[in-house]
Design a binder for this molecule. Sequence first.
Ligand code: NDP
Ligand code: VHF
Length: 418
Amino acid sequence: MLQELGKKAKAASYELATLTTAAKNNALECIACELEHRQGDILVANAKDIDAGKENGLTDALLDRLLLTDARLAAIIADVRSVIALPDPVGAESEGKVLENGLRLSKRRIPLGVMGVIYEARPNVTIDIAALSLKTGNAAILRGGKETVHSNVVLVDVIQAALEKAQLPKDAIQVIADPNRELVTALLKMDKYVDMIIPRGGPGLHRLCQEQSTIPVITGGMGICHAFVDASANVEDALAIIENAKVQRPSACNALDTVLVHKTIADTFLPLLAERLAQNNVELRAEPKAHIALSNVNAKNLHVATADCFDQEWLALVLGVKVVSDVEEAIVHIREHSTEHSDAILTDNLTNATRFLNAVNSAAVYVNASTRFTDGSQFGLGAEVAVSTQKLHARGPMGLEELTTYKWIAIGDGLIRP
Ligand SMILES: NC(=O)C1=CN([C@@H]2O[C@H](COP(=O)(O)OP(=O)(O)OC[C@H]3O[C@@H](n4cnc5c(N)ncnc54)[C@H](OP(=O)(O)O)[C@@H]3O)[C@@H](O)[C@H]2O)C=CC1
Ligand SMILES: N[C@@H](CCC(=O)OP(=O)(O)O)C(=O)O
């Protein structure tokens, strides 16, 4: 079954690679219209996933990730239309030159081919990946989280119906509906048909891909994200940024996990932070110095940090807190504990901001802004296929450009190499 999926995806990818931008945009508009038209079916399927999720004891955060509503569907449709409005990177020529022998050379941007994407139980991701893949002339085989299988089957059915209306191969976007994990492992070996594997998920999934994949992998990895509050930070701004980064959507990979506070402001800043976060029921896990700074505060959610606290991606309303001597100690801590996803410095000191930007090598490094911005839509990329936490060939939110590669175009006139 999987081999058949791969074969069809490969065949579709050859056709997609030569489409005009207008044809691809037309297909995306058909998808937007079909999503509007089939809204009822989609919400019914999603309700089945939600009911099953509740029966299986999914947490509120995971149920929220799974849920579709009228408003969320409208936002998904708007995202498809924003991808239509973006420039198509495919076909762009660069580095054009004529060699002394007359050979005319240039680089032309082309699709990757077929992408295998394994991702969490979030139905909007299905549409995001499909839209970005189609706009870049790629085919995709999708394997979303098992909890979202009803939603994904209907969403891919909607996409395929729209592709047929647009007279494009429906196999451009296919779904693995069987939740058996052995199929994921089998997908990782389909190098004959699949050009790139993109796993969005936790360490178990990444280990599996590292050990089993015979196909290049771009990892959308977990985020252990930090904010360093420097001595010169604007207190009100710092409190608002930390609150946003921790509370606005704690289950996301770009949510904050650890706050590092400069020792000279620890006694004043930490009680204010504890008070602010208590209003949002955030639990603090404080290392000894931070715990002392909080000792006079009636912090009902305060706990002593255990050894592994600073290597946790909480995905919940929990925050590690530590006092550091200066920006250098903050950088050392981040190098040791960060997953190189998103890290921030909150400061009014230009020298320290510059030092942090140069020394911290995460996919997104922020000055005086929330780590929650690491997102394709927020970065103006329309959507994202994943937030890459590796160095090759893409980093951070992967939009259209990151789903392409290039080939050299060489035009001669009967030229031979002497
Ligand atoms: N950087 C990024 O782009 C993103 C990162 N994340 C990260 O993902 C994690 C949370 O998502 P969560 O859903 O819990 O992630 P999981 O890793 O548990 O699941 C993600 C997907 O991988 C599959 N999977 C996981 N382990 C295996 C395995 N051993 N064999 C086969 N398939 C496997 C799951 O399948 P199944 O359905 O069977 O469980 C699911 O489809 C966090 O760490 C978060 O930071 C999340 C979104 C985006
Ligand atoms: N794109 C996201 C971040 C990645 C994401 O979807 O995370 P998750 O909540 O783990 O599925 C956002 O910030 O909106």
